[in-house]
Design a protein around this ligand. Sequence first.
Ligand SMILES: *Cc1c(COP(=O)(O)O)cnc(C)c1O
Length: 388
Amino acid sequence: MSNFPTHPIPYGRQHITESDIEAVTATLRSDYLTQGPKVGEFEEQFAAYVGARYAVAVSNGTAALHLCALALQVQPGQRVITTPITFAASANCVRYCGGEVHFADINPATALIDLQAVRRLLESHPKGYFHGLIPVDFAGLPVNLEEARMLADEFGLWIIEDACHAPGGYFTDSRGHQQSCGNGQYADLAIFSFHPVKHIATGEGGMITTNREDLYQELLKLRTHGITKDPAQMHRHDGGWYMEMQELGYNYRMPDMLCALGISQLQRANEGLARRRQLAARYDEAFADISGVTSLAGAGGHAYHLYVIEVEDRKGLYDWLRAKQIFAQVHYIPVHTMPYYQQFGWKPGDFPLAENYYQRCLSIPLFPSLTDEEQDYAIACIREFIDR
Ligand SMILES: *Cc1c(COP(=O)(O)O)cnc(C)c1O
């Protein structure tokens, strides 16, 4: 057994380099703290990275989801489908606009929303009953958005891809083409988060990507109070100072100094992704011969935000690892079982595959700066737990 670590090993963490720090301090010495040149630069580079036409930087991933729901004009009472295995924000954005959240169960092999279950749900109601679909590229495994789009078109839904776990991920479409997460080919909008555990970390931060010019223009306005300074869009022009508030928007801007950090981090995104995939392959290999530990299905385009294993005694393993300085985590407590969502009639038992997954799942350490030695230690601790 490897040495007992001097510091806890978390399931995920940011990686900050000297050049990241220099990028931030340079903006502190510049004229701009909030809306300076780094915002547009980050948006342009991020759009290019995921292969989308437009990108809008916002305060965080939750703000990104909220603005998407607003731009798609979610109204009170409108019904939107998402997965129970996600962070609550994927569902909450619908509630911010007064919409109703509905769920479809997961595919137990991947823990992604099961598009067959979505189809059954859609077919059991009249057309027009549902308005939108929010698939989540859970753990970094991309949802097949080509299939989701066919379903969405058949039933008149919009799609917001929650790609927080999957920058750099892709799925392979029916013509054999790699479709990058957030590239806007199939989803109307996609969102990303730059929370410290995510691939690109800026503290707080988020991004919306789209290929739709109409939604792009709307998002720019909503991000800044619903105000436009574009003379071509104004109803009148009182003078040089004039700007026009045309609808109720928010201050969801991402500051220049955090965009500078994002740009710096983006330069290492592929390197981090390669390391995540390498670590995941090492885990796959190790667990292939530990009966009692199963891993979620992999794929070539997996972005490996998380490495999730399933075990019979998940609580036992969680506590065991904790005592050995390994801070694993559970992703996620099914959203429909949260007390807030139970007030709408959702209850345990509604989505048995998601609930069964929740009983067994554990996210173990996976981040680019995790060393082989630390990973070997984690594997040894898990093996020891199974063999005890
Ligand atoms: C992190 C995350 C969010 C929210 O992002 P924040 O930047 O923390 O607001 C939303 N959805 C998923 C799937 C996430 O992992």
